[in-house]
Ligand binder design. Structure first.
Ligand code: NAD
Length: 323
């Protein structure tokens, strides 16, 4: 029996070895999901693998008569209509672990970029200046990292910050004490992270609980020397409040990789705020992570199509519910 897998959104083909190297899998890679060729291939596909560019709508799902699985090469599944997939008995898989290290390393890079003012020093030098006093920074050594969310990525950030000689506080109401010990973090209330940390790094999902969690009040509680980094999800930090806090000097600096609206609109006040490093959602953008997420999702789809095992799906198809 041949399993047809349609791959789009420039998913790293070198990461799809769990299916490309198997004789019972036939892979079609079509990057333009609006093309007629894509729609034709979709009508006979057993599985569809996407990144974030293709929105897998109810309408698209209705065109895929044979579809049994949708794979998202990445973590977020906001671009997939999960209820529509569930109603059709289609299992949805993601790849939660494949980009953990990439996101953790970007976080460390952003912390250092703000602490040592690397982007503005580079821009100044390119303008012909040689200003060594304007860019005096601060060290990570001996400072306190405050994590908001200490799951996969937060945990990797903690381990790396320990190596920089930092102490680690974490606010994460769902983290076990044992896991906190493993990553070398002390579990504390949110107020302690806000008030005691020198670097505050956010690694939570966007939920009703975390939306605007870092708002004007939270920013006011921080040290005036604090540096805030958010490479988790836009919407967790109140962007207007952050821009205002930076302009008023309420905190020393910040770095963001994610935004409430992406791409960042031109009129967003963050673009004019000082001591702020901005990157365009690059957390998972490494060669290794793109291969890693493709491999993770391909493995899940291989198992499902061969054995019918849906236990790794994020939707509970048999019960007709989204888990
Ligand atoms: P994870 O599920 O492993 O960890 C999230 C942690 O947040 C968990 O430990 C959970 O207990 C905690 N949490 C949930 N609600 C909380 C709350 N109200 N207060 C405090 N903690 C709370 O997820 P992860 O893989 O570490 O990813 C973290 C975030 O980073 C996610 O939002 C993910 O989408 C995002 N991410 C961004 C990029 C990027 O490109 N910038 C790349 C990968 C992941």
């Amino acid at each position: 029996m041949t399993h047809r897998v349609l791959v789009t959104d420039k998913v790293a083909l070198s990461g799809l070895k769990p299916i490309t190297e198997e004789d019972d899998f036939e892979i079609s890679s079509i990057d333009d999901s609006a093309s007629r060729q894509f729609v034709e291939a979709l009508s006979t596909a057993d599985a569809l693998i996407v990144r974030s560019a293709t929105t897998v709508t109810r309408e698209l799902i209705s065109l895929a008569e044979q579809l049994k699985a949708i794979g998202r090469a990445g973590v977020g599944v906001d671009n997939i209509d999960i209820p529509a997939a569930t109603e059709r008995g289609i299992a949805v898989f993601n790849a939660p672990g494949g980009n953990t290290v990439a996101a953790a390393e970007l976080t460390i890079g952003l912390m250092l970029a703000v602490a040592r003012k690397i982007p503005s020093a580079d821009a100044s030098l390119r303008l012909g200046r040689w200003d060594r006093t304007a860019f005096r920074g601060v060290e990570l050594w001996g400072k306190t990292l405050g994590l908001i969310g200490a799951g996969r990525i937060g945990g990797e950030v903690a381990v790396r910050c320990k190596a920089f000689g930092m102490g680690v506080l974490a606010y994460d109401p769902y983290l076990t004490q044992q896991r906190a010990v493993e990553i070398g973090a002390q579990l504390v209330p949110l107020e302690d992270v806000l008030e005691l940390a020198d670097f505050i790094s956010i690694h939570v999902p966007l939920t009703d609980e975390t939306r605007d969690m870092v708002d004007a009040d939270a920013l006011r509680r921080m040290k005036s020397s604090a540096i805030v980094v958010n490479a988790s999800r836009g919407g967790v930090v109140d962007e207007q409040a952050l821009a205002a806090a930076l302009i008023a000097g309420e905190i020393a600096g910040a770095a963001l990789d994610v935004y409430k609206t992406e791409p960042l609109p031109e009129e967003n006040p963050l673009l004019r705020a000082p001591n702020l490093v901005l990157t365009p959602h690059l957390g998972a953008s490494t060669v290794e992570a793109q291969i890693g997420v493709a491999t993770e999702v391909a493995e899940r789809i291989r198992v499902m199509l061969r054995t019918g095992d849906r236990s790794m799906a994020i939707n509970s198809v048999d019960l007709g519910q989204t888990s």
